[in-house]
Design a binder for this molecule. Structure first.
Ligand SMILES: [Zn+2]
Ligand SMILES: [Zn+2]
Ligand SMILES: [Zn+2]
Length: 87
């Protein structure tokens, strides 16, 4: 187990979901998603890695916001896309 806190947690900000109704990229494309993830740096809402478009992974890579939180009801776990681990 990694006992040190993930350094990327310094990127976490108080955010408001930009598109609380669904994945921003999928809504634009008319695509469908499976689960939603919330970027904890800017509030981007994207689809998960099990969704066809994987918009959260794309957002993390292109914008450099690796820390996301599950945007599913009752889930509050965080994930780092750089470390590929729970944060
Ligand atoms: Zn990290
Ligand atoms: Zn999407
Ligand atoms: Zn972001």
């Amino acid at each position: 187990m990694n006992v040190l806190p993930d350094p990327h947690l310094s990127l976490v900000r108080p955010v408001t979901p930009r598109t609380p109704q669904g994945c921003e990229g999928c809504l634009r494309l008319g695509a469908t998603w499976l689960h939603l993830r919330l970027c904890l740096t800017c509030g981007h809402v994207g689809c998960c890695d099990s969704s066809p478009m994987r918009h959260t992974r794309g957002h993390a890579a292109t914008v450099g916001h690796p820390i996301v939180q599950s945007f599913e009801p009752g889930e509050d776990w965080r994930w780092c896309y750089v470390h590929e681990a729970m944060a």
